[in-house]
Design a protein around this ligand. Structure first.
Ligand code: GTP
Ligand code: MG
Length: 154
């Protein structure tokens, strides 16, 4: 698996995603600091939400091969700026998380906002239910692109 860094708001599901990608038990634990788990760097949501900490994400991402912007599908608060992916020197993909708890409209909107932030491709997953995780894992293994479904277009 590529070395990745997870970036997203508080409670958007980064740690749960990280546990699922690494085959670990899903246990809730608030992320307090940058944390390395196998090939994954998990980050506290505060690093995205507090602008003064943003630069630390950009600097840390240099150690990785892939950034994942994670957006909770059911969360209306969107903390990524348009074009924010350009601040990173490694490729940025998007993950719409918690798809099990969102409507298809919410999923579509979250995906469109991630694309606006410059993330590509964008995956739709539920780390809890397992939906979409295979496609994301494949992309992180060998760069395979997601197959677009009707509800995710646009
Ligand atoms: N329904 C649903 N809930 C989820 C999913 N993934 C995570 N959650 C829940 O969302 C909450 C926050 O998940 P975390 O993975 O800790 O979020 P985080 O992004 O790591 O949060 P910080 O460490 O605070 O930045 C927990 O209660 C999780 O159980 C999912 O796929 N579906
Ligand atoms: Mg966390």
């Amino acid at each position: 698996m590529k070395r990745i860094i997870l970036v997203g708001s508080v409670a958007c599901g980064k740690t749960t995603l990280c546990q699922r990608l690494n085959g670990l038990e899903q246990i809730y634990k608030k992320t307090q600091a940058l944390e390395v788990i196998n090939h994954t760097i998990d980050t506290p949501g505060e690093y995205l939400e507090h602008r003064s900490l943003l630069q630390a994400l950009v600097v840390t991402s240099v150690e990785t091969e892939q950034v994942l912007f994670v957006q909770d599908a059911a969360q209306e608060r969107f903390m990524f700026s348009p074009g924010q992916a350009a601040a990173f020197s490694v490729p940025v993909a998007g993950v719409v998380s918690k798809a099990d708890a969102a409507t298809s409209d919410q999923i579509r909107t979250a995906g469109a906002l991630l694309a606006l932030a410059g993330a590509s491709p964008v995956f739709v997953v539920s780390a809890r239910a397992g939906q979409g995780m295979e496609a994301l894992a494949r992309f992180l293994e060998d760069g395979a692109l997601p197959v677009k479904k009707e509800a995710e277009n646009g």
